[in-house]
Design a protein around this ligand. Structure first.
Ligand code: SF4
Ligand code: SF4
Length: 290
């Protein structure tokens, strides 16, 4: 697989350095865009670099605003078959720019992970090859009562999963979930703390839900889970919990509708508590385990 990386800023540089650890032989070219380019660009053609080689996959990271549209020109020039454009704040890649890119690259598989650590396999040969190593965190926690070690099967593209894994050693297993979120903040994760209308949450919180999901999947338990009781009248309320859940909006089954009733899956639930506040029938309760 031949990869070209288009990047900008500290975050883009961090991602580039991290993915080089696995894909150095595959990365045939990189191109850095200046930071602080105008948000609105009239003639994007002026920003298309010369002499980029043909490639299979374009990875675009750290670009803000209209400059993301350069991806269309570069994909056409290089013959890229697949494109990954990450964003970690709402303003970075507005819906309108995403639509423009998708519409202009009809024969190219485009994905727009927000945040980058939410990227999962999509059934595309090149994107899925990338996701073998980078995307939504996948880990294996070793230890009985305390964490002896953590194997990283898939790292967040920014490298946060590896950092979190190295710093979880020694913690009791039942603190792993909460500590993984704390360590993400220490890394530091560069995802925005601004409210994102698309997800009804901040992107930083979404990143936290993804690392906690990885921890829970490895451990097979959570210290706190939400349950839906028999007061649930989903047909009457229109499944408000499902509609408000930021994790559902990310495409995960945190809330499922089964037999006209909502069910919450602790593996994906990020415990944001929005559904509890939203439920008109007080049907969602939290259960805490020690
Ligand atoms: S749990 Fe509450 S908000 Fe969710 S479907 Fe049931 S009644 Fe509606
Ligand atoms: S607490 Fe409710 S709304 Fe929040 S992630 Fe969990 S299921 Fe979704």
């Amino acid at each position: 697989m031949r990869i070209i990386v288009l990047y900008s800023g500290n975050y883009g540089e961090r991602v580039l350095n991290n993915i080089l650890t696995k894909f150095a032989p595959n990365i045939i070219s990189v191109y850095e865009f200046e930071e602080n380019l105008p948000e609105y660009i009239e003639d994007i053609e002026n920003y298309v670099p010369d002499n980029l080689p043909e490639c299979d996959l374009l990875v675009v990271t750290g670009l803000h605003g209209d400059i993301n549209l350069v991806t269309c020109k570069i994909a056409n020039k290089t013959g890229a078959k697949s494109v990954i454009i990450e964003s970690h704040s709402q303003k970075q890649l507005p819906f309108g720019i995403r639509s423009e890119i998708t519409e202009s690259l009809l024969n190219v598989k485009c994905v727009f992970p927000k945040p980058f650590c939410s990227l999962k396999p999509v059934g595309d040969i090149y994107i899925d090859e990338f996701v073998k190593y980078f995307g939504a965190p996948k880990i294996e926690i070793i230890g009985e009562k305390f964490i002896k070690s953590v194997i990283v099967h898939r790292n967040a593209p920014c490298g946060s999963t590896k950092y979190i894994a190295e710093n979880l050693t020694g913690y009791p297993l039942n603190e792993a979930e909460i500590e993984s979120g704390n360590k993400l903040h220490n890394y530091p994760c560069l995802a925005s703390m601004e409210f994102d209308n698309e997800f009804s949450d901040t992107i930083l919180h979404l990143a936290g839900y993804k690392i906690k999901e990885a921890v829970k999947k490895s451990l097979g338990f959570s210290n706190m889970v939400l349950n839906v009781n028999s007061n649930c009248k989903g047909v009457e309320c229109g499944f408000k919990c499902y509609n408000i859940c930021p994790v559902v909006k990310m495409g995960e089954k945190a809330v499922e509708i089964i037999d006209k009733t909502a069910k919450i899956n602790y593996l994906y639930c990020g415990l944001c508590m929005k559904c509890i506040r939203e439920c008109p029938f007080n049907a969602i309760i939290s259960l805490k385990y020690s």
